[in-house]
Design a protein around this ligand. Structure first.
Ligand SMILES: Nc1ncnc2c1ncn2[C@@H]1O[C@H](COP(=O)(O)OP(=O)(O)OP(=O)(O)O)[C@@H](O)[C@H]1O
Length: 300
């Protein structure tokens, strides 16, 4: 485990004067996990903390252990080594958003309120209000009466996010929350997460989009190898060199002007095998200056 530099403290107005509130929302110490004695360690000596109001992104190649780490953090799986200390009110959005049960969308989102109810207790007015507000916030209220099992993959993913939002948890853990979403809905979910964090919620998510991490996360965890899981400020951690090493292809991280200001973005070079790509400089194909990005190099 490598910590790049001490990740910054949460911004002032989100932390009250109560000393209990200034403690990390979640603290992982020397975490280690492997599925059995004969399987390799997925991670070891992993330590990091999450403050209230912070979004932490977890990145790394397929099958490195990101989902397994989320399960350890949320208590679904016991770590083989180390400890996780933190809040118990955790919302979890799984990676799998398969067809699932035949409930209405409104009922699915209302299930997020279960932890506030006693066994067999009927949801109260405040539970319906919280579910309605969550559906509105995530943009799924228009499907409230639809059968969840008939929704598209992207629609189901949004409903599961709304269900976790309805739970009113202190810590929200999401496994690739934007994996099935179009660009507009990716933006919607990132904006919902940023809004929840601004209200004090802690958020941990895995993603295969470095741009999402760069956009919303102050800190990130990067799985480089089982004994090299790095934690640090996102822009410091997700350099072109580090991303190129982790994913095994050239990736550059230029700073570009966007309508919302200057941003660092990650641009992968998928190589010449992509036949559909126009070749810059070929007859009839302009060579825009923007395409001349020094792949594998970082913006100074
Ligand atoms: N219940 C299990 N029993 C045994 N091995 C498992 C189990 N669940 C996952 N694994 C293995 O552990 C490794 C890590 O899986 P995990 O789902 O944590 O990876 P990941 O980084 O989230 O991958 P992806 O990016 O593809 O979602 C994989 O090799 C997987 O096959």
């Amino acid at each position: 485990m490598t910590a790049l530099s001490t990740p910054g403290a949460v911004s002032g107005n989100l932390v009250s004067g109560n000393p209990a509130d200034s403690a990390p929302l979640l603290q992982a110490t020397d975490l280690g996990f492997r599925y059995s004695r004969v399987r390799p360690w997925l991670f070891r000596n992993l330590g990091f903390s999450l403050e209230r109001g912070e979004i932490l992104s977890i990145l790394g190649p397929n099958a490195r252990g990101k989902t397994t780490l989320l399960k350890c953090l949320s208590g679904l799986v016991a770590p083989r080594e180390g400890q996780v200390h933190g809040v118990t009110g955790i919302g979890y959005v799984p990676q799998d958003h398969g067809a699932g049960p035949s409930f209405s969308v409104a009922e699915m989102v209302l299930m997020g309120r279960t932890r506030h109810l006693r066994a067999y207790q009927t949801p109260r007015r405040e539970d319906h209000d919280a579910a309605d507000a969550a559906m509105e916030r995530v943009g799924v209220r228009g499907w409230a009466g639809r059968d969840y099992s008939t929704l598209s993959g992207g629609q189901r993913q949004l409903v599961l996010i709304a269900r976790a939002v309805a739970s009113g948890c202190e810590l929200l853990i999401l496994d690739e929350p934007a994996s099935a979403l179009d660009l507009n809905n990716q933006s919607r979910v990132l904006s919902v997460l940023t809004g929840l964090a601004a209200e004090g919620m802690g958020i941990i998510m895995t993603t295969h989009h470095p741009d999402h991490a760069l956009h919303v996360s102050r800190n990130a965890l990067l799985f480089v190898g089982s004994h090299d899981v790095r934690w640090g400020p996102t822009e410091e951690l997700l350099t072109g060199a580090a991303l190129s090493e982790v994913y095994g292809l050239p990736i550059c991280t230029p700073k570009v002007d966007t309508v919302s200001g200057q941003r660092v973005i990650a641009v992968p070079d998928f190589g010449p095998s992509c036949r559909a790509c126009p070749v810059p400089g070929a007859v009839g194909v302009p060579t825009p200056v923007e395409l001349r990005i020094p792949f594998g190099k970082d913006t100074p």
